[in-house]
Design a binder for this molecule. Structure first.
Ligand code: ADP
Length: 190
C-alpha cells in the first residue's frame, strides 16, 4: 500500500503520517525532513535547499525527483509493506515522475489522502509550531509565501489525482484522532 499524504503547509501531514506508520508499518518518506536533515549536516544538497526553503520556494523539480528516487530505492523503502509519501509530490511534474518511478518498480500510488484545512487555521498552526520548531520557514512572511506557492503549484495536483480516482478528501480541521479515524475509513478495503 503506497500512500501520498497531500495538503497545504500546516495541514497536519507529518502528524497523520506518524500515525499511519505506527498502524500499518509503512516506511515514511518526508521530503521536508530529508532536506532539513541535509541542511543540518551542511551537505551540498543542504546548501542549495536552504536557499529555497528559507524563501518559502520549492526546490527545483529535477533535483527533488533525483533525491526522491534515491530514497525510494533504499532497502528500507523496498522492504517495507508500503511507503507513505509526505510532502512529495508537490507539483504535477513531480507526480508524473513518481508514477513512472513506481511503475518501474512494479508499484503504484494506491491512495492520495487530501487533508483539507481552512486557511486561517493553517496560519495559526504554523505560527504556533514556529514557537518551538526552530524551523526557519514558520514565520508569517514565509508562511504567506508558502501558501501562495501551494495555491499556484501544488493545489492543481488535487484535480490530477481526482482524475486518477485516487483522491480521498479528508476534513483536516478537527482534532488529530478524529482526522485519523476519517483516514482509516477512507483507506479501508471496500
Ligand atoms: P510544510 O508542508 O509545512 O511546508 P515540509 O516539511 O513538507 O513542510 O516542506 C518544507 C519545505 O521543503 C517546502 O516549503 C519546500 O521548500 C521544501 N520541499 C519539501 N518537499 C518538497 C518537494 N516535493 N518539492 C520541492 N520542495 C520541497
Amino acid at each position: 500500500m503506497n500512500i501520498v499524504i497531500f495538503g497545504a503547509p500546516g495541514s497536519g501531514k507529518g502528524t497523520q503520517s506518524e500515525r499511519l506508520i505506527n498502524r500499518y508499518g509503512l516506511h515514511h518518506i518526508s521530503t521536508g525532513e530529508l532536506l532539513r536533515d541535509h541542511i543540518a549536516r551542511g551537505t551540498e544538497l543542504g546548501k542549495i535547499a536552504d536557499k529555497y526553503i528559507s524563501q518559502g520556494q520549492l526546490i527545483p523539480d529535477q533535483l527533488m525527483v533525483d533525491v526522491l528516487a534515491d530514497t525510494l530505492r533504499s532497502p528500507k523503502a523496498q522492504n517495507a509493506p508500503g511507503v507513505i509519501f509526505d510532502g512529495f509530490p508537490r507539483t504535477v511534474p513531480q507526480a508524473q515522475a513518481l508514477a513512472k518511478l513506481l511503475e518501474s518498480l512494479g508499484k503504484t500510488v494506491d491512495h492520495v489522502i487530501g487533508l483539507e484545512v481552512d486557511e486561517d487555521q493553517l496560519i495559526d498552526r504554523m505560527l504556533r509550531r514556529g514557537l518551538t520548531s526552530g524551523r526557519a520557514d514558520d514565520n508569517i512572511d514565509t508562511i504567506k509565501k508558502r501558501l501562495d506557492v501551494y495555491h499556484s503549484q501544488t493545489a492543481p495536483l488535487r484535480q490530477y489525482y481526482i482524475n486518477e480516482k485516487k483522491y480521498r478528501p479528508i476534513d483536516g480541521n478537527p482534532d488529530v484522532d478524529t482526522i485519523a479515524q476519517s483516514i482509516d475509513r477512507a483507506i479501508a478495503p471496500k
